[in-house]
Design a protein. Sequence first.
Length: 158
Amino acid sequence: MDRPKLAADAMVGRLAKWLRLLGFDTLYLKDGPRWPDRDRMLLTRRTEGPRQPRLWGWAKVIRLAAETMPLQLHEAAGALGLTREDLMPFTRCGVCNRQLVSVSHAQAVQVVPPYVWATQDRFQACPGCGRTYWAATHQRRIMAVIDDLFPGEPRTLG
């Protein structure tokens, strides 16, 4: 499958972060979908109506009905036709959407707590916002969400 490029408006902001954590290039439109991007699919809870902005000019508009992030994630995965193999978790910054890069153990000593540096071997950094990432309990929680999202598919990640 071609990697979808996504945009999520403020109505599904938590979903934007989760899509990034799963490896999808996802813009977060905190001020709403004012300027469409023909290369991106828009995820929103907005309905059509006189008080809503017109949602045109996007590659596709996916309107989600679910109110909570876990249900929105299930709905989005179905609408996008995703499988477990489409995911590339822990490759994008959950905050600014940039592709993460590997950081050596020696480089990490300057930016992570001493206990983390002593107990972890692999680190990734965001070239955009400068955050540093390492395996921790949050990765197990993310893998549990993936397992819930694709319960019948064999675990090939993590």
